[in-house]
Every structure is written in C-alpha cells, then in structure tokens.
Ligand binder design. Structure first.
Ligand SMILES: Nc1nc2c(ncn2[C@@H]2O[C@H](COP(=O)(O)OP(=O)(O)OP(=O)(O)O)[C@@H](O)[C@H]2O)c(=O)[nH]1
Length: 216
C-alpha cells in the first residue's frame, strides 16, 4: 500500500511559539524506516543571567539541534514523542520546509534549552532546510520491516565518530536518552572550566536500552 502524503508543519516564521502541531498517524502498509539523525548545533551561554524560552521556561544555555534524515524515517514523530510524550499514529503527513520546538532539560543543575528543528526530508525542500544548518552545532519497534541493519548503523556511526543508538517514537525507546545525551554533551562543551570530563559514548552505552524493552 502506498503511503498518503500531505503537508505537515509550517513555515519557520510562524513557529515562534515553540513549534506548530505536526500530526502523523499509522498506515497499515507503511514501510520500514532508517533512523532519523540528530545533529547538534551551536549554543548560546548565559551563565549569570537566566533567559526565558518561548515556552516561558527559564534556561541558562540554549542550543540549536537539527533533526535530519530522509522523508518518512520518523523525525517528526521522534520530536513529538520527546516534546509531548506521545506517538502520533495514523497516515503519514510529510513536513513542509522546516519547523521547531523548544524543550528545557535540567542537566547537572543547569537549565539547557534545546531548540529542536524538524527538517523536511523530501528532496524538494533541501534548499530551504540546508539554509537552517548555518549556526548549528551540532527505530526499532518494527524489527521485521527494518531496512538498516543494526551493524550497518553502528559501522556508519564509527566512521563519523558519533555514538549510535536505536530509538522508537512508538514505544519511546531511547528517545529521552538521545536528546539528553546531546544536551549533556553540548553543556559540557560550553562550560570551559568544567572539572569533570563527560564521556558521551560511555554515558550512552550505560543508559541505552535494548530493542524490545519498552513496548507499549
Ligand atoms: N512503528 C513506528 N512507526 C513510526 C515511528 N516513527 C515514525 N513512524 C511512522 O513513520 C511515518 C513517518 O513519520 P514522520 O515522523 O512523519 O517522518 P519524517 O521523517 O518527519 O518525514 P518528513 O516530514 O517527510 O521528513 C509515520 O506514518 C509514523 O507514524 C516509530 O518509531 N515506529
């Protein structure tokens, strides 16, 4: 069965309230997905003067994080799971252009705001989404439908020197961890006099849950 695609998200100019309300929902014939990628982007540090995010939450440091990957790999669902704790099942609604949502996490007593940009995976939006990469620092429940072998993902991550983990927007597997790991790494990078060294790979290996652990 082919997936029906409609438009989701909205233009960035209208997203200042912390993101629009992209919706998606499950389709019986949906194919397997590879994983969305999380790219961490640059941060702004305000150690002595807490700021207020668009969602009225105070924060100490802000970072821009991009979700990148082909259309349909689950970027929007990953973000919605992280932000709202929900899985949007139903027919697949493709993102138009780019959109963002804010979430403030407390990392070792520091309020870290992640401004997470959800990019459109479709080729026709490439020029729009790539424009937002400037400034920037920085699935697993459908095992039968899997298109990317775990080993291949691990190999690729090794090549790029980044940690590898599988997430599921549907079950929630490792979603919080993926974003928390990014926030921790960015916070440690930005606090220059940090005495303790943060080892991202070790943290991820310790905290990561295996596929099949958290089905809902
Ligand atoms: N089983 C399962 N389905 C998922 C998961 N994440 C997303 N989906 C489904 O995959 C389809 C695409 O998800 P989206 O999050 O909209 O994909 P996207 O990467 O944002 O796509 P674009 O907006 O076109 O770039 C939807 O039908 C979702 O319901 C997941 O973790 N498990």
């Amino acid at each position: 069965m082919s997936r029906k695609k409609a438009a989701k998200g909205k233009a960035p100019s209208s997203s200042s309230g912390g993101g629009g309300s992209p919706s998606a929902a499950s389709s019986a014939g949906k194919g397997a997905r590879s994983s969305p990628g999380i790219v961490q982007m640059n941060g702004v540090v305000h150690p002595s003067r807490p700021s207020i995010s668009n969602s009225s939450e105070f924060y100490d440091i802000a970072f821009k994080v991009m979700l990148v990957g082909d259309s349909g790999v689950g970027k929007t669902c990953l973000l919605v799971r992280f932000k709202d704790g929900a899985f949007l099942a139903g027919s697949f609604i493709s993102t138009v252009g780019i959109d963002f949502r804010n979430k403030v996490l407390t990392i070792d007593g520091v309020k870290v705001k992640l401004q997470i940009w959800d990019t459109a995976g479709q080729e026709r939006f490439r020029s729009v989404t790539h424009a937002y990469y400037r400034d920037a620092h920085g699935e697993a429940d459908a095992t039968h439908d899997r298109v990317v072998k775990r080993e291949d993902g691990e190999k690729l991550a090794k090549e790029f020197g980044v940690p590898f983990m599988e997430t599921s927007a549907r079950s929630g597997l490792n979603v919080e961890l993926a974003f928390t790991a990014v926030a921790k790494e960015l916070k440690h990078r930005s606090v220059k006099d940090s005495s303790e060294k943060f080892k991202l790979q070790e943290y991820v290996n310790k905290e990561m849950k295996g596929v099949g652990c958290c089905r809902s």
